[in-house]
Structure formats: C-alpha cells, structure tokens
Design a protein around this ligand. Structure first.
Ligand code: HEM
Length: 443
C-alpha cells in the first residue's frame, strides 16, 4: 500500500468527515459539491477508506490535464465497470487498447459527412412525433422530449419500423437498469441484500432481454441482405484498420447498447432545459426565431445563433454534470500529487458557472458564444467532455438538437408556467419536470 504522507493531496475531508457528509451529498449532490468548492477554492479531496482518495475539481487546468494532456494515465473507474455488467463492454466503459480499437472502428460513422445520411431519418422522425405533441396551459415537456429523442436515436440505429410495444419495452428496460445502477452506486449497502431481494438478477435478466431484442434485429438483417443506411449497418460493416477484422456480433450488441445508453437521456435533458430557458427568456427566444427567417432546416448547422443558444443551455445545465477517471499510476500536477487508484471527478457543472471565469454566470446569454467564438472550444467549456474520449455522438446530438428546436419553435409558442424545474443530478443532470404553456402557432 502506498504511503499517503508522500503525496500532496488537495485539502478536503477525512474518512469520518466524508462519511458524515454522505447523506447530504446523496440528497443533493450538486448543492453539496458547489458548497465544498467554495470552501476549498475549486478542488478538494474526500476519503473512501483504505487510503483510497477521491479528488473533485472544477479547476480547468486540472480537468484539461486529466482528460487531455495526460489522458493515458487515466481510465474509466470502477463506477463504469459496475455499469458494464449490464450494458456490456462498449466504448463508454472500456479502457486501454480494446477501447482504442473500438473507438477507431466506430468513429467514422459519426463524421459529419456520414451523419448527412442520418439527417433525413432525424427530420422525418421529429416531424412525425410533433404531430401528436400536445398544447395546453400546463404541459410537462420532459417526458415528451425524452420520448422524442429516444425515438430519433432508435430510428437512427435501426432504420426499420419497430413495433411500438418493442420501443416501449426497450425504453422501460433502460430506465429500470439506470435506476438500479443509481441505487447500486449511491447506496452500496443495498448490495448486501441482493441475495434476498434478487434485484441484481432481475436487472441482469432485463439486460439479457435487451440483448435478445437486438440480436433478433441483427438476425433479421442478415437474412434480408439490403442496405438500411443506419448506425447498425455501419457497426456491422466497420473493420479494424490493422487486421481487417469485423466486430463480433456480441460486441456489436454491446456498442448498440452503449449508443442508446449514452445518447438518449443526455439529448433529452439538454433539450428540456433549453425549452425552459427559452420560455423564461422571451427576448432570446425572439432572436432565435428571427434567426430562422428565410432559412430551411438544412441551414440549421450554419445558424450561429442557434448553436450559441444550445451551447449556452449546455453551459448552465450540462447533461454530463461530471465524469470520473481513475489514475493508473502516481501522478502530479502543479502543487498536487496523488497515488495510483485515486479517483478524479471533473465537476463540469461548477466550472461552467464559475464566476471567476464567466461574466454574469447564472444568466442565459447565448450572445457570449457569438461575441467570443473561441469560447465553445475553450478549456472552460466541456459539455461533451474533452480529449480522446470526448463524446463520439457530439455532432449527432448537435444536429438533432438544432433540427428539433427549428421544427418545434416554428410550430409552437412557449411561455413559462411558473413552475421551476428541480435539478436531479443522477447519472445525467435532468429536470424533475418542465411544465410550460404551449400553444400551436397558426401557420
Ligand atoms: C446533448 C447530448 C450529449 C451530451 C451532453 C453528451 C456528453 C458526453 C460526455 C461529456 C462524454 C464524455 C464522458 C467522459 O469523458 O467520461 C460522452 C461520451 C460518449 N457519448 Fe455522449 N453526449 C451526448 C450525446 C450523445 C449521443 C447522441 C451519442 C450516441 C449516439 C453519444 C455517445 C457517447 C459515447 C459512445 C461516449 C463514450 C466515448 C468514449 O468513451 O470513447 N453521446 N458524452
């Protein structure tokens, strides 16, 4: 075991202090971490026992160092490993050479030119979904937007007519497994009761059912032998550039599961927060709608104000409010040094609202990204992470969100209802609900 005295860890909490604070943390993680950040000037250490430390930081230099400059020394941690028991060994959870091989194979499918093939699927799915979008004085848009982004993603992966009951089953299994994972991580003691409650086995069975559904779709595809121009076609055909080998069928299933896991809730949350922010900031909404004048949906990706609006929404409410890494070997940066196995949590939410970095940090001002176009790529802004493990679906998500806002805001008028969404910082940062007044525009 390493000698803790030889490291210069950031100040923070002992094991006992960490344990005492764990209840407050679990109740409202964002509030607790924001408070600690003020106490410890942006970086602090908590103790996990057995000399295991966890460093939580919103320091941009430290975050950059971990995710980019010395990324080779940082793996996804045990939290990711625990999720992979259910979601398989796709790129979100894997590490090392295996991760690199998979990432290289899959990356081309998400290049901008390739995404053009998916654009018509997205446009059609959004238009169809919005025909049944309800208007009213108090509409909770969160489940509706969640359903929409789930449908867009499923249709982009499987461009085939899936029976509605299968779509619902896939969606329910994902929510159930996600809920289980949150409980498993936040209440480790509940693991003691798994043999009695059977909770883990139930989730494993559900995960197997998901695999069975995807396997069925792949089997059908093999017999049909036609092009579907979707992400599944791409995963089935991509090859390792060194060996020319394709992925095994089980690995394709792992990667499909990861795309659904990583891609649907993140986009749904971002869009829901954006609708709330726009409803409460009518002057921004008007400017955004004015930016659509004379343009069609295909022009969305060159609409700078639209992209700035999305960036500003992700600054205030980053769906990935934090991530996690574990040090492979001892490391040091600036005044700090820490042993191998230290867990590092980049706290994006705190960095995105840091008053030392952002002018008027709590205000929703898309214009800041227009005034300073470099901001979106700066070391202060990490909505999609950074470095080699940056979100593979970032272009996909930006296109989908641009298409959705363009189509939705042309058809519907939104106003605040007075409800203020509460932040639920689980695996992603979601609102409890987003209740808005929605009126269909007369076109
Ligand atoms: C607004 C929407 C999205 C947000 C905010 C978001 C955010 C992120 C972030 C912050 C990471 C990096 C995590 C880390 O460094 O630990 C990430 C990774 C990832 N995202 Fe996204 N994401 C979004 C949409 C999507 C979509 C639509 C897909 C797939 C279609 C996707 C697939 C992935 C995958 C597979 C990874 C893992 C990449 C790797 O480790 O190599 N994401 N995402």
């Amino acid at each position: 075991m390493s000698n803790p005295k030889k490291y210069r860890l950031p100040a923070g909490f002992s094991l006992l202090q960490t344990a005492i604070r764990s209840g407050t943390f679990l109740k409202d993680p964002i509030k607790a971490v924001v408070k600690n950040m003020t106490l410890f000037s942006g970086t602090y250490t908590a103790s996990l026992g057995l000399n295991r430390k966890i460093i939580i930081t919103q320091n941009p230099d430290l975050i950059n160092y971990i995710l980019k400059e010395n990324h080779k020394n940082y793996n996804k941690s045990a939290i990711a490993k625990s999720a992979s028991r259910f979601m398989g060994n796709g790129i979100l959870f894997s590490n090392g050479n295996f991760w690199l091989k998979q990432r290289r194979m899959i990356q081309p499918a998400f290049h901008k030119e390739k995404l053009q093939e998916l654009q018509s699927i997205m446009i059609k799915t959004i238009a169809k979904y919005l025909t049944a979008f309800p208007a009213g004085d108090r509409v909770d848009v969160y489940p509706l937007v969640h359903g929409l982004s789930f449908n867009v993603l499923l249709k982009s992966i499987f461009n085939i007519p899936l029976p509605p009951e299968i779509i619902t089953e896939i969606s329910e299994i994902f929510s159930d497994i996600q809920e289980f994972l949150i409980r498993d991580t936040n209440q480790p003691l509940s693991r003691l009761f798994y043999p009695l409650t059977g909770a883990k086995n139930v989730s494993l069975k559900k995960a197997n059912r998901l695999r069975e559904i995807i396997r069925g779709i792949i089997d059908q595809r093999k017999t049909e032998n036609k092009e579907n121009c979707d992400l599944l076609d791409m995963l089935l055909s991509c090859t390792d550039e060194n060996t020319g080998e394709k992925m095994s069928e089980e690995q394709v299933i792992d990667e499909v599961l990861i795309l659904i896991f990583a891609g649907h809730e993140t986009t749904a949350n971002t869009l829901s927060w954006l609708l709330y922010l726009l409803a409460c900031n009518q002057e921004v909404l008007e400017q955004l709608i004015a930016s659509f004048a004379g343009k069609n949906i295909g022009d969305c990706m060159s609409n700078e104000y639209l992209k700035a609006t999305i960036h500003e929404g992700m600054r205030l409410y980053p769906a990935a409010w934090m991530t996690e890494r574990v040090a492979v070997e001892d490391d040091q940066i600036g005044d700090f040094s820490f042993p191998a196995k230290t867990i590092i949590i980049p706290f994006f939410f705190g960095l995105h609202r840091d008053k030392n970095i952002w002018d008027d940090p709590l205000a929703f001002k898309p214009q800041r990204f227009i005034n300073d176009p470099k901001l979106a790529r700066s070391k202060y802004f990490f909505p999609f992470g950074a470095g080699p493990r940056m979100c593979i679906g970032n272009n996909f998500a930006m296109v989908e969100m641009c298409f959705f806002l363009y189509t939705f805001l042309k058809e519907f008028q939104i106003r605040p209802s007075g409800q203020v969404p509460a932040m639920k910082a689980l695996i992603t940062l979601r609102p409890d609900k987003v209740v808005l007044t929605i009126q269909k525009k007369s076109l």
